[in-house]
Design a protein around this ligand. Structure first.
Ligand SMILES: C[S@@+](CC[C@H](N)C(=O)[O-])C[C@H]1O[C@@H](n2cnc3c(N)ncnc32)[C@H](O)[C@@H]1O
Length: 218
């Protein structure tokens, strides 16, 4: 395992995974059909109720951790409904509540919630995926967002997608995969003077290089 400069990521991958395009194309040819766990079905009823009661755009903050970014996004976009999703009850419990009333934190599995939102034809205006687990071992490609069979759902949900990571290969792979979905992409380095998330704050404090991929319909 090697460590790239200015990152805490150790990986046996030194460039974009050779199987990426083939894997994404395979997932694009099929529909992800894993049965939705009961908890994620209940969560969807809650989201539908929130959507019905709200008149503005929807912003998703998938893998939101403690929800720091969810609260920040809510403050930046007062007319939007901002929904943060994370599977960890422990992380969500550590959320520091703010004054904004336009955000909600939901415990659930992002992939199952995306599938239900997409089948309900819900569209979001913006979709943030900030510092997802990188799964840096070469053998873990299928665990990365862009290697998972649910990946094509991101295109169906619409909006501007923003992925951030301290591993450049991750955002480069995401960009290549998003282009295969027909999206326009842009990868840039990021200087986080006002960190959006706890992980971003930690990486910035360690002077790690940070990267962002923005993807949107062409
Ligand atoms: C590295 S943390 C980043 C959290 C936050 N975005 C930040 O930057 O501080 C990744 C988060 O993804 C969550 N997670 C991992 N897989 C998930 C899944 N399939 N559905 C929902 N949350 C998931 C974990 O619980 C964890 O909080």
């Amino acid at each position: 395992m090697n460590r790239e400069d200015n990152t805490s990521i150790y990986s046996n991958q030194s460039s974009i995974h050779g199987d990426l395009a083939k894997l994404v194309q395979k997932h694009m040819r099929s529909t992800w059909k894993e049965p939705t766990p009961p908890h994620d079905r209940e969560v969807m009823s809650h989201i539908v109720a929130l959507l019905k009661a709200h008149d503005g755009p929807l912003i998703l903050d998938s893998f939101c951790g403690t929800g720091m970014s969810t609260a920040k996004l809510a403050l930046q976009h007062p007319k939007a409904l901002v929904i943060g999703i994370d599977k960890s009850a422990d992380r969500l419990r550590r959320h520091v509540q703010t004054q904004s009333h336009n955000y909600h934190l939901i415990r659930g599995n992002c992939e199952h919630i995306w599938a239900q939102l997409a089948s309900a034809k819900v569209k979001c205006a913006q979709h943030y995926l900030l510092y997802p687990n990188p799964w840096p071992k070469k053998a873990h490609l299928k665990r990365r967002i862009h290697g998972h069979p649910s990946f094509p759902l991101l295109e169906q949900l619409g909006g501007t997608i923003e992925v951030r990571s301290n591993w450049k290969i991750y955002v480069d792979e995401f960009a290549v995969a998003a282009q295969l979905l027909g999206l326009d992409t842009q990868v840039k380095s990021l200087s986080a003077t006002d960190p959006m998330t706890l992980f971003e704050r930690k990486y910035s404090a360690n002077s790690e290089n940070l990267w962002v991929c923005k993807a949107a319909a062409a």
